[in-house]
Design a protein. Structure first.
Length: 94
């Protein structure tokens, strides 16, 4: 997820998930580039769903991103059509 802020001195970035500070060192699936404010989760799981927020800060203040809602996607792997027809009425089977 990207997060970009500008300032002088250059801001430091932190991320929160569901209001709690994320610790990237505890999960080998997460690769981060916190100098740039971004991170990526490899092979996401349902537990990665939640509300994320980026905080960029330097000695003069903090900036907060909008809340980012992340939800697990459900994949449909197989369709089974029986007695289906197209718009012209042509019947077909899977």
């Amino acid at each position: 997820m990207p997060c970009l802020a500008t300032g002088y001195p250059k801001p430091m970035y932190r991320w929160k998930k569901d209001g709690n500070e994320l610790n990237f060192r505890n999960d080998s699936r997460i690769s981060d580039s916190l100098e740039k404010g971004t991170f990526e989760i490899a092979n996401p799981i349902a537990a990665d769903s939640g509300v994320y927020q980026c905080i960029a800060e330097n000695q003069f203040g903090k900036a907060f991103s909008h809340l980012i809602f992340v939800q697990e996607a459900t994949a449909i792997e197989h369709f089974l059509f029986q007695n289906a027809s197209d718009k012209q009425g042509n019947a077909w089977e899977s």
